[in-house]
Design a protein around this ligand. Structure first.
Ligand SMILES: Cc1cc2nc3c(=O)[nH]c(=O)nc-3n(C[C@H](O)[C@H](O)[C@H](O)COP(=O)(O)OP(=O)(O)OC[C@H]3O[C@@H](n4cnc5c(N)ncnc54)[C@H](O)[C@@H]3O)c2cc1C
Length: 384
Protein backbone atom coordinates (compact mmCIF):
# COMPACT_ATOMS: atom_id res chain seq x y z
CA UNK A 1 0.00 0.00 0.00
CA UNK A 2 1.42 3.41 -0.93
CA UNK A 3 1.77 6.06 1.77
CA UNK A 4 -1.01 8.32 0.53
CA UNK A 5 -3.32 5.30 0.13
CA UNK A 6 -2.53 4.36 3.68
CA UNK A 7 -3.55 7.78 4.99
CA UNK A 8 -6.70 7.79 2.88
CA UNK A 9 -7.60 4.33 4.16
CA UNK A 10 -7.49 5.61 7.75
CA UNK A 11 -4.68 3.33 8.91
CA UNK A 12 -6.31 0.06 7.87
CA UNK A 13 -4.09 -2.86 8.72
CA UNK A 14 -2.44 -1.31 11.75
CA UNK A 15 -2.33 -2.85 15.20
CA UNK A 16 -4.98 -1.58 17.56
CA UNK A 17 -2.66 0.67 19.55
CA UNK A 18 -1.38 2.45 16.49
CA UNK A 19 -4.91 2.68 15.16
CA UNK A 20 -5.99 4.36 18.37
CA UNK A 21 -3.20 6.88 17.87
CA UNK A 22 -4.44 7.62 14.36
CA UNK A 23 -8.09 8.02 15.13
CA UNK A 24 -7.69 10.29 18.12
CA UNK A 25 -5.66 12.96 16.34
CA UNK A 26 -8.02 14.06 13.56
CA UNK A 27 -8.24 17.64 14.69
CA UNK A 28 -9.19 20.25 12.11
CA UNK A 29 -10.22 23.15 14.33
CA UNK A 30 -8.29 25.39 16.67
CA UNK A 31 -7.52 23.60 19.92
CA UNK A 32 -9.62 24.61 22.89
CA UNK A 33 -8.52 23.14 26.17
CA UNK A 34 -11.41 22.85 28.62
CA UNK A 35 -10.54 24.13 32.05
CA UNK A 36 -7.24 25.70 30.98
CA UNK A 37 -6.39 29.10 32.41
CA UNK A 38 -7.28 31.97 30.05
CA UNK A 39 -3.66 32.81 29.31
CA UNK A 40 -3.00 29.27 28.11
CA UNK A 41 -5.50 29.35 25.27
CA UNK A 42 -4.22 30.03 21.78
CA UNK A 43 -5.18 33.13 19.87
CA UNK A 44 -6.94 33.05 16.49
CA UNK A 45 -4.40 32.65 13.66
CA UNK A 46 -5.18 36.19 12.46
CA UNK A 47 -4.94 37.84 15.90
CA UNK A 48 -2.46 40.74 16.13
CA UNK A 49 1.12 39.77 16.97
CA UNK A 50 3.37 41.67 19.37
CA UNK A 51 6.97 42.05 18.09
CA UNK A 52 9.75 40.18 19.84
CA UNK A 53 12.47 42.38 21.33
CA UNK A 54 15.60 41.08 19.64
CA UNK A 55 18.81 42.81 20.72
CA UNK A 56 22.22 41.62 21.93
CA UNK A 57 21.65 42.93 25.46
CA UNK A 58 18.61 40.62 25.81
CA UNK A 59 20.53 37.40 24.89
CA UNK A 60 20.68 35.14 27.94
CA UNK A 61 22.52 32.10 26.51
CA UNK A 62 23.59 30.35 23.32
CA UNK A 63 23.73 26.57 22.88
CA UNK A 64 24.74 24.11 20.16
CA UNK A 65 23.42 20.63 19.35
CA UNK A 66 23.98 18.02 16.66
CA UNK A 67 20.78 16.70 15.06
CA UNK A 68 21.14 12.90 14.55
CA UNK A 69 20.34 12.89 10.83
CA UNK A 70 20.18 9.63 8.85
CA UNK A 71 20.11 10.03 5.08
CA UNK A 72 17.44 7.35 4.35
CA UNK A 73 15.40 8.41 7.39
CA UNK A 74 15.01 7.09 10.95
CA UNK A 75 15.77 3.42 11.51
CA UNK A 76 13.17 1.25 13.21
CA UNK A 77 14.24 -2.33 12.73
CA UNK A 78 14.90 -5.59 14.61
CA UNK A 79 18.32 -7.23 14.23
CA UNK A 80 20.22 -10.06 15.91
CA UNK A 81 23.64 -9.09 17.28
CA UNK A 82 25.43 -12.09 18.79
CA UNK A 83 23.10 -13.43 21.49
CA UNK A 84 21.05 -10.21 21.70
CA UNK A 85 17.76 -9.22 20.09
CA UNK A 86 18.11 -5.53 19.25
CA UNK A 87 15.49 -3.07 18.04
CA UNK A 88 17.10 -0.01 16.45
CA UNK A 89 15.29 3.25 17.09
CA UNK A 90 17.58 6.09 15.99
CA UNK A 91 18.37 8.72 13.36
CA UNK A 92 15.46 11.14 13.90
CA UNK A 93 17.23 14.23 12.53
CA UNK A 94 15.44 17.48 13.31
CA UNK A 95 12.25 15.83 14.54
CA UNK A 96 13.18 13.37 17.27
CA UNK A 97 11.37 15.05 20.13
CA UNK A 98 8.23 15.36 17.99
CA UNK A 99 8.32 11.71 16.89
CA UNK A 100 9.41 10.29 20.24
CA UNK A 101 6.16 8.81 21.60
CA UNK A 102 5.25 7.42 18.18
CA UNK A 103 8.51 5.63 17.44
CA UNK A 104 8.63 4.52 21.08
CA UNK A 105 5.27 2.78 20.78
CA UNK A 106 6.32 1.09 17.54
CA UNK A 107 9.69 0.00 18.96
CA UNK A 108 8.05 -1.40 22.10
CA UNK A 109 5.69 -3.55 20.04
CA UNK A 110 8.75 -5.00 18.25
CA UNK A 111 10.82 -5.79 21.35
CA UNK A 112 7.82 -7.25 23.20
CA UNK A 113 7.64 -9.94 20.52
CA UNK A 114 10.58 -11.62 22.28
CA UNK A 115 8.50 -11.96 25.44
CA UNK A 116 11.18 -10.92 27.95
CA UNK A 117 10.49 -8.82 31.04
CA UNK A 118 14.00 -7.45 31.66
CA UNK A 119 14.85 -4.95 28.92
CA UNK A 120 17.81 -2.63 28.24
CA UNK A 121 17.39 0.74 26.57
CA UNK A 122 20.56 2.34 25.20
CA UNK A 123 20.43 6.15 25.26
CA UNK A 124 18.66 8.62 27.50
CA UNK A 125 17.42 11.31 25.12
CA UNK A 126 13.77 11.87 24.20
CA UNK A 127 13.72 8.65 22.17
CA UNK A 128 15.30 6.46 24.86
CA UNK A 129 13.21 7.89 27.71
CA UNK A 130 9.87 7.65 25.92
CA UNK A 131 10.73 4.09 24.82
CA UNK A 132 11.69 3.21 28.40
CA UNK A 133 8.48 4.74 29.80
CA UNK A 134 6.32 2.85 27.32
CA UNK A 135 8.14 -0.37 28.21
CA UNK A 136 7.45 0.26 31.89
CA UNK A 137 3.79 0.88 31.03
CA UNK A 138 3.72 -2.55 29.39
CA UNK A 139 5.04 -4.18 32.58
CA UNK A 140 8.75 -4.44 31.75
CA UNK A 141 11.70 -3.88 34.10
CA UNK A 142 13.84 -1.33 32.32
CA UNK A 143 17.47 -0.26 32.68
CA UNK A 144 18.74 2.70 30.65
CA UNK A 145 22.45 2.64 29.74
CA UNK A 146 23.88 5.90 28.40
CA UNK A 147 26.98 8.04 28.11
CA UNK A 148 25.06 11.23 29.00
CA UNK A 149 21.77 11.87 30.77
CA UNK A 150 19.52 14.96 30.77
CA UNK A 151 20.25 17.83 30.82
CA UNK A 152 23.33 16.85 28.76
CA UNK A 153 21.62 15.34 25.70
CA UNK A 154 20.80 16.68 22.23
CA UNK A 155 17.14 16.38 23.19
CA UNK A 156 17.71 19.08 25.81
CA UNK A 157 18.99 21.39 23.06
CA UNK A 158 16.00 20.76 20.76
CA UNK A 159 13.78 23.73 19.84
CA UNK A 160 11.39 21.93 20.38
CA UNK A 161 8.35 22.74 18.33
CA UNK A 162 6.08 19.79 17.57
CA UNK A 163 6.64 19.29 13.86
CA UNK A 164 8.71 16.37 12.56
CA UNK A 165 11.07 17.89 9.95
CA UNK A 166 14.55 17.28 8.51
CA UNK A 167 14.06 13.54 8.74
CA UNK A 168 15.56 12.18 5.47
CA UNK A 169 16.83 13.02 2.02
CA UNK A 170 13.83 12.90 -0.27
CA UNK A 171 15.52 10.80 -3.00
CA UNK A 172 16.87 8.28 -0.45
CA UNK A 173 13.81 7.53 1.68
CA UNK A 174 11.69 4.41 1.13
CA UNK A 175 7.90 4.33 0.95
CA UNK A 176 7.98 2.01 3.99
CA UNK A 177 9.86 4.60 6.06
CA UNK A 178 7.48 7.38 4.97
CA UNK A 179 4.53 5.27 6.07
CA UNK A 180 6.21 4.50 9.40
CA UNK A 181 6.83 8.23 9.93
CA UNK A 182 3.19 9.07 9.23
CA UNK A 183 2.02 6.45 11.72
CA UNK A 184 4.57 7.50 14.34
CA UNK A 185 3.68 11.18 13.91
CA UNK A 186 0.00 10.59 14.48
CA UNK A 187 0.61 8.46 17.55
CA UNK A 188 3.13 10.97 18.91
CA UNK A 189 0.91 14.02 18.47
CA UNK A 190 -2.01 12.31 20.19
CA UNK A 191 0.29 11.43 23.10
CA UNK A 192 1.83 14.92 23.43
CA UNK A 193 -1.60 16.58 23.53
CA UNK A 194 -2.22 14.82 26.84
CA UNK A 195 0.64 16.79 28.43
CA UNK A 196 -0.45 20.20 27.10
CA UNK A 197 -0.73 22.96 29.71
CA UNK A 198 0.55 20.75 32.52
CA UNK A 199 3.39 22.92 33.92
CA UNK A 200 5.26 19.79 35.04
CA UNK A 201 5.96 18.92 31.37
CA UNK A 202 6.45 22.44 29.92
CA UNK A 203 4.20 21.90 26.89
CA UNK A 204 1.68 24.41 25.56
CA UNK A 205 -0.08 25.45 22.38
CA UNK A 206 1.26 28.06 20.00
CA UNK A 207 0.36 29.31 16.52
CA UNK A 208 3.11 28.71 14.01
CA UNK A 209 3.84 30.38 10.65
CA UNK A 210 6.07 29.53 7.67
CA UNK A 211 6.80 32.74 5.78
CA UNK A 212 7.87 33.41 2.19
CA UNK A 213 7.69 35.91 -0.63
CA UNK A 214 7.38 32.97 -3.03
CA UNK A 215 4.55 30.47 -3.26
CA UNK A 216 4.88 27.79 -0.56
CA UNK A 217 5.72 24.25 -1.66
CA UNK A 218 2.56 22.16 -1.38
CA UNK A 219 3.87 19.16 -3.32
CA UNK A 220 4.12 16.99 -0.21
CA UNK A 221 1.79 16.93 2.79
CA UNK A 222 3.28 17.71 6.17
CA UNK A 223 4.57 14.56 7.91
CA UNK A 224 1.60 12.70 9.38
CA UNK A 225 -0.84 14.41 6.98
CA UNK A 226 -1.99 18.03 6.85
CA UNK A 227 -5.11 17.21 8.87
CA UNK A 228 -2.90 16.37 11.84
CA UNK A 229 -2.09 20.08 12.30
CA UNK A 230 -5.08 21.95 13.79
CA UNK A 231 -6.16 25.05 11.91
CA UNK A 232 -3.89 24.25 8.95
CA UNK A 233 -3.61 26.90 6.20
CA UNK A 234 -1.29 26.09 3.31
CA UNK A 235 -0.01 28.62 0.82
CA UNK A 236 -2.34 31.39 1.95
CA UNK A 237 -1.69 34.94 0.76
CA UNK A 238 -1.06 38.20 2.64
CA UNK A 239 0.89 36.68 5.50
CA UNK A 240 2.07 38.30 8.72
CA UNK A 241 5.32 40.34 8.72
CA UNK A 242 4.30 41.57 5.25
CA UNK A 243 5.19 38.30 3.47
CA UNK A 244 3.23 37.37 0.36
CA UNK A 245 2.67 33.71 1.24
CA UNK A 246 2.43 31.66 4.40
CA UNK A 247 1.48 28.36 5.95
CA UNK A 248 -0.04 28.50 9.45
CA UNK A 249 -1.24 25.98 12.00
CA UNK A 250 -1.48 25.35 15.72
CA UNK A 251 1.09 23.11 17.32
CA UNK A 252 2.76 22.33 20.63
CA UNK A 253 5.77 24.10 22.09
CA UNK A 254 7.86 21.72 24.17
CA UNK A 255 10.25 23.37 26.61
CA UNK A 256 12.83 20.64 26.34
CA UNK A 257 14.68 21.21 29.62
CA UNK A 258 11.46 21.08 31.65
CA UNK A 259 10.12 18.18 29.59
CA UNK A 260 13.26 16.02 29.76
CA UNK A 261 13.50 16.53 33.53
CA UNK A 262 9.89 15.36 33.88
CA UNK A 263 10.55 12.22 31.80
CA UNK A 264 13.56 11.31 33.96
CA UNK A 265 11.49 11.78 37.12
CA UNK A 266 8.66 9.65 35.71
CA UNK A 267 11.09 6.89 34.72
CA UNK A 268 12.82 6.82 38.13
CA UNK A 269 9.58 6.99 40.10
CA UNK A 270 8.34 3.95 38.13
CA UNK A 271 11.35 2.03 39.48
CA UNK A 272 13.59 2.44 36.41
CA UNK A 273 17.38 2.14 36.68
CA UNK A 274 19.96 4.38 35.00
CA UNK A 275 23.51 3.19 34.40
CA UNK A 276 26.34 5.33 33.07
CA UNK A 277 28.03 3.38 30.27
CA UNK A 278 29.67 4.23 26.95
CA UNK A 279 29.54 1.74 24.07
CA UNK A 280 32.41 1.79 21.58
CA UNK A 281 31.36 -1.02 19.23
CA UNK A 282 28.34 -3.28 18.91
CA UNK A 283 30.38 -6.11 20.49
CA UNK A 284 30.08 -4.19 23.80
CA UNK A 285 26.38 -5.08 23.91
CA UNK A 286 27.28 -8.70 24.71
CA UNK A 287 28.36 -7.67 28.25
CA UNK A 288 24.83 -6.51 29.16
CA UNK A 289 22.76 -8.82 31.39
CA UNK A 290 19.63 -8.22 29.28
CA UNK A 291 18.98 -10.17 26.08
CA UNK A 292 16.36 -7.76 24.69
CA UNK A 293 17.76 -4.32 23.85
CA UNK A 294 16.33 -1.17 22.26
CA UNK A 295 19.02 1.06 20.77
CA UNK A 296 18.17 4.77 21.06
CA UNK A 297 21.68 6.23 20.90
CA UNK A 298 20.88 8.84 18.26
CA UNK A 299 24.01 10.16 16.59
CA UNK A 300 26.17 7.71 18.57
CA UNK A 301 24.53 4.81 16.71
CA UNK A 302 26.44 5.71 13.55
CA UNK A 303 29.81 4.90 15.07
CA UNK A 304 28.77 2.03 17.35
CA UNK A 305 26.88 0.13 14.62
CA UNK A 306 28.95 1.25 11.62
CA UNK A 307 26.02 3.05 9.98
CA UNK A 308 27.67 5.50 7.60
CA UNK A 309 24.35 7.09 6.61
CA UNK A 310 24.26 8.85 10.01
CA UNK A 311 25.64 12.39 10.06
CA UNK A 312 25.20 15.46 12.30
CA UNK A 313 23.31 18.58 11.32
CA UNK A 314 24.71 21.25 13.61
CA UNK A 315 22.23 23.70 15.11
CA UNK A 316 22.87 26.80 17.22
CA UNK A 317 20.20 28.51 19.32
CA UNK A 318 20.22 31.77 21.26
CA UNK A 319 17.64 32.74 23.88
CA UNK A 320 16.26 36.19 24.62
CA UNK A 321 14.67 37.29 27.87
CA UNK A 322 11.08 36.00 28.00
CA UNK A 323 8.09 38.07 26.85
CA UNK A 324 4.67 36.96 28.03
CA UNK A 325 2.87 38.54 25.06
CA UNK A 326 4.45 36.26 22.41
CA UNK A 327 2.23 33.28 21.56
CA UNK A 328 3.50 32.55 18.06
CA UNK A 329 6.49 30.99 16.29
CA UNK A 330 7.72 31.42 12.75
CA UNK A 331 10.27 30.09 10.27
CA UNK A 332 11.50 30.95 6.80
CA UNK A 333 14.40 31.52 4.45
CA UNK A 334 15.06 35.24 4.15
CA UNK A 335 17.52 35.80 1.28
CA UNK A 336 20.89 37.13 2.42
CA UNK A 337 19.73 36.96 6.04
CA UNK A 338 19.52 33.15 5.67
CA UNK A 339 17.18 30.77 7.50
CA UNK A 340 15.64 32.06 10.72
CA UNK A 341 13.11 30.67 13.16
CA UNK A 342 11.78 31.69 16.53
CA UNK A 343 9.70 29.82 19.13
CA UNK A 344 8.06 31.38 22.19
CA UNK A 345 9.13 29.45 25.26
CA UNK A 346 7.86 30.69 28.59
CA UNK A 347 11.48 30.53 29.82
CA UNK A 348 12.76 32.71 26.96
CA UNK A 349 12.30 33.57 23.28
CA UNK A 350 14.24 31.03 21.23
CA UNK A 351 16.12 32.22 18.13
CA UNK A 352 17.38 29.65 15.64
CA UNK A 353 18.08 29.06 12.01
CA UNK A 354 21.36 27.16 11.55
CA UNK A 355 21.67 23.69 10.03
CA UNK A 356 25.19 22.68 9.01
CA UNK A 357 25.34 19.14 7.70
CA UNK A 358 28.43 17.11 8.61
CA UNK A 359 29.63 19.77 11.08
CA UNK A 360 30.64 18.30 14.48
CA UNK A 361 31.74 21.60 16.06
CA UNK A 362 29.98 22.21 19.38
CA UNK A 363 31.46 25.67 19.95
CA UNK A 364 28.95 28.57 19.72
CA UNK A 365 29.75 31.06 16.93
CA UNK A 366 29.44 34.74 17.74
CA UNK A 367 28.79 35.59 14.09
CA UNK A 368 25.71 33.33 14.17
CA UNK A 369 24.43 34.96 17.38
CA UNK A 370 24.70 38.36 15.71
CA UNK A 371 23.08 37.15 12.46
CA UNK A 372 20.11 35.76 14.37
CA UNK A 373 19.63 38.73 16.70
CA UNK A 374 19.80 41.17 13.76
CA UNK A 375 17.62 39.00 11.52
CA UNK A 376 14.87 38.57 14.09
CA UNK A 377 14.98 42.30 14.92
CA UNK A 378 14.46 42.98 11.21
CA UNK A 379 11.49 40.58 11.15
CA UNK A 380 10.01 42.17 14.28
CA UNK A 381 10.30 45.61 12.67
CA UNK A 382 8.07 44.37 9.82
CA UNK A 383 5.20 43.86 12.29
CA UNK A 384 4.92 47.54 13.16
C1 LIG B 1 19.23 23.17 17.37
C2 LIG B 1 18.27 22.01 17.34
C3 LIG B 1 16.91 22.25 17.23
C4 LIG B 1 16.01 21.17 17.19
N1 LIG B 1 14.67 21.45 17.11
C5 LIG B 1 13.80 20.43 17.15
C6 LIG B 1 12.40 20.70 17.14
O1 LIG B 1 11.96 21.86 17.07
N2 LIG B 1 11.54 19.63 17.20
C7 LIG B 1 12.00 18.34 17.27
O2 LIG B 1 11.18 17.43 17.33
N3 LIG B 1 13.33 18.07 17.28
C8 LIG B 1 14.23 19.06 17.20
N4 LIG B 1 15.56 18.80 17.18
C9 LIG B 1 16.02 17.41 16.99
C10 LIG B 1 16.05 16.62 18.27
O3 LIG B 1 16.86 17.26 19.20
C11 LIG B 1 16.60 15.22 17.99
O4 LIG B 1 15.97 14.61 16.89
C12 LIG B 1 16.36 14.35 19.22
O5 LIG B 1 16.91 14.98 20.36
C13 LIG B 1 16.95 12.97 19.06
O6 LIG B 1 16.71 12.28 20.26
P1 LIG B 1 17.58 11.02 20.65
O7 LIG B 1 17.04 10.52 21.93
O8 LIG B 1 17.67 10.09 19.49
O9 LIG B 1 19.07 11.61 20.80
P2 LIG B 1 19.82 12.29 22.03
O10 LIG B 1 19.01 13.26 22.74
O11 LIG B 1 21.13 12.74 21.44
O12 LIG B 1 20.12 11.09 23.00
C14 LIG B 1 21.06 10.09 22.65
C15 LIG B 1 21.44 9.30 23.89
O13 LIG B 1 22.34 8.26 23.50
C16 LIG B 1 23.50 8.33 24.29
N5 LIG B 1 24.66 7.86 23.53
C17 LIG B 1 25.08 8.27 22.32
N6 LIG B 1 26.17 7.58 21.97
C18 LIG B 1 26.43 6.72 22.97
C19 LIG B 1 27.44 5.73 23.19
N7 LIG B 1 28.41 5.51 22.30
N8 LIG B 1 27.39 5.00 24.33
C20 LIG B 1 26.41 5.23 25.24
N9 LIG B 1 25.46 6.15 25.09
C21 LIG B 1 25.46 6.88 23.96
C22 LIG B 1 23.62 9.81 24.65
O14 LIG B 1 24.49 9.98 25.78
C23 LIG B 1 22.16 10.13 24.94
O15 LIG B 1 21.81 9.71 26.24
C24 LIG B 1 16.49 19.85 17.25
C25 LIG B 1 17.85 19.61 17.40
C26 LIG B 1 18.75 20.68 17.45
C27 LIG B 1 20.21 20.39 17.62
Amino acid sequence: MRRRDFLAAGAAGLGTTALAGCTTTKATTAPVIPGAPADALVQPIDAPMAPIKSSMDRVTRTIVGLRPFRIPGPRLETVKIGSKDVVHNYGHGGGGVSLSWGVAELAVSKIKEFGRRDIAVLGSGAIGLSTALDLQRSGADVTIYAKDFPPYTTSNVAGAMWHPVTLFERDQVSEETLTMLDIASRIAFSRFIRYANDPKYGIYWIRQFSLSDREMNTRYPYVGGDDLYPGMRRNYQNGPFGFKYYDAYYTLMIDSDIYMRALVNDFLSNGGKMVSQTFETEADLQSLPQTSIVNCMGLGSGKVFGDETVTPIRGQLSFLLPQNNIDYGYAGGFGERGTLYSFPRKTGILLGGSGDKGDWDMTPRQSEVERMVEGHAWLASRLT
